[in-house]
Structure formats: C-alpha cells, structure tokens
Design a binder for this molecule. Structure first.
Ligand SMILES: [Zn+2]
Length: 299
C-alpha cells in the first residue's frame, strides 16, 4: 500500500502552539517500519485543483499573504510561505492517495482531513479542504461521472466540506461527530449524526453501521474518501467521546469493509487527534494504517 507524507514541509509555529505538529513526523517514522507500506512524498496541489473547491480571491489571499489578522486567527496558523507550501502538499497527498486508490484499491495520506476549510475561508487549522478538492479532481481528471462519498469520522463536524458541496448531488457528505463539539454552528451534510458526550463503542459503531446502510440506500458511491480522525478516542483532550482503542479499530474496519465488499476504492486521511498524551494519538493513527494494510491484501 502507498501512503503519502508531507510532514517534512514544516510549518513554523510559535513555541507552545497547541497544534500537535510533531505527531506527523513521528507517525511517519513509526509506519516506516511496516512491511508492505511504501511511503511517498506528497506532490503539491496545483492552483487549478485547489480552485475546484475554493474561491479565487481566497486562494490569491493565501498565496500572496494577504490574509487579515482575523483570517489568520480563524485558521490558527500565522501566515508564512511555508504554511502555504505545507497546505498545498497536504491537499496534494489526498489527491495522490485517491488517484492511487483508483488503481490499487486503497491508499492514504499521513496528514490531511482539513474539513473546516470553507470555499472562501480557512478555519480550525485548515487552509484548503483536501476532501472537497480531491472529490472534484477525481471527477475532472479521472471520470466525470464518478460518484464520491466523503465519510468523515473525525469527532468535529465536516462543516467546510458540507458547505462547499451542499449543492453538488454527485458527492455525498456523511459526518458522524460530537453534537456538543466545535464547530458550534453546524452546516448540513447529506447525512449528519451528532453524538452525545461520553458516547461509547457500541453506540458509535451502531450509528456508523446505520449510516453506511443509509449511504447505500441513498447514493451508491463509486469512490470513498475517509477521514479517520483519531479524536473520538477516550484519550483525546478535545473529543468528548469515549471510544476505546478497539472501538477505533472496529470503526476503521467497518469503513474499509464497506468499501471492500462493494469493490469501491478508498482514500483515507488522518484528520484530527489531540491526545492528552501524543503517543495515544499516534497509536490510533498507526492502527488505522495497519488496519488499511490488512484490507489492502484482500483487494
Ligand atoms: Zn477533529
């Protein structure tokens, strides 16, 4: 299985910044030990590709460093050229994983899942919306009739993705998230499941299973983009849900199984994860890669 990384395009942050930058390089080092996994440098997303999901004025502001102080604050990163490059690479990694998956069944991005980015606005550590961009790239560059499902299991709602794609019937957005968590103003995905605080494995997995049934009834995707956020885990600082390690593994397996049973290619991204201990977040992301590898052998 191929996985794409961008962690070496370092985004300079002030010391004590709450974004867990180091998890990406540590995850890459860890997965580098896995047999049957090929790590590849992420290509940058081009302007043309980014514009499939973003407003030209917003892209220009990002490229030229003309984001206002408020806009930078909303993103959560200070503007630098390196921030722009990293954002391009992170989106490019999801595009590359998706194109690889069309040939090989499954592939992943060791970062990405930047689902809070809107068409004309970055937010919550997200500059470009890699999932929305990638879904449209597949349609523009591979197959115009492709029906794409975005299965977003990060604990935070995929508000940017839902907003960008709200009038696009060819892409189905599914978000299972903590109802009481950021973003506090939710957007309308095609299917939203808002879970209560403290939600356990059983409730979560049941909701996921019912959601995948609905996805089948309502859409029949030809391609799945999966955001495997680590933040529903009980060890997460921000998540508010209580999934165990095993619950997280079964969650990933349910999505991969769904895709494999229907012979639908799947591209996955890591999305969020803010463990009280960074090791627990890295372990959850690592587990996602391991689970994906098991499924790849069956494609
Ligand atoms: Zn999140």
């Amino acid at each position: 299985m191929k996985a794409f990384y961008s962690d070496h395009f370092v985004l300079p942050l002030p010391s004590g910044h709450r974004f867990p930058m180091e998890k990406y390089s540590r995850l890459r080092e860890l997965v580098g030990t896995l047999p049957h996994l090929e790590l590849l440098e992420a290509p940058p997303a081009s302007d043309t590709q980014i514009l499939y999901a973003h407003d030209p004025h917003y892209l220009l502001k990002v490229i030229k460093g003309n984001l206002s102080a408020d806009e930078q604050k909303e993103i959560g990163f200070p503007w630098t050229e390196k921030m722009v490059e990293r954002s391009r690479r992170s989106a490019g990694a999801t595009i590359a994983a998706a194109k690889t998956a069309t040939r090989e069944g499954i592939s992943g991005n060791l970062a990405g899942g930047t689902h809070h980015a809107y068409r004309n606005l970055g937010s919550g550590f997200c500059v470009f919306n890699d999932s929305a961009i990638t879904a449209r790239v597949l349609q523009k560059e591979i197959n115009p009739k492709l029906k794409v499902a975005i299965i977003d299991l990060d604990v935070h709602q995929g508000n940017g993705t839902a907003s960008i794609l709200q009038h696009d019937a060819s892409i189905f957005t599914l978000s299972i998230h903590g109802e009481n968590n950021f973003p506090f103003k939710k957007e309308s995905s095609n299917l939203d499941i808002g879970l209560p605080d403290g939600c356990d494995d059983q409730t979560y997995l049941q909701s996921l299973s019912q959601s995948l049934d609905q996805l089948d009834d309502r859409f029949h995707p030809d391609f799945v983009i999966y955001l495997a956020g680590a933040d529903p885990h009980e060890g997460d600082r921000l998540g508010r849900l209580k999934l165990s390690n095993d619950g997280m593994r079964l969650r990933d397996a349910a999505v991969f199984e769904y895709a494999l049973d229907r012979q639908i290619p799947v591209a996955f991204s890591m999305a969020g994860g803010y463990g009280k201990e960074i090791e627990s977040t890295i372990a959850i992301h690592f587990q996602t890669i391991q689970t994906a590898l098991q499924f790849q052998q069956r494609y």
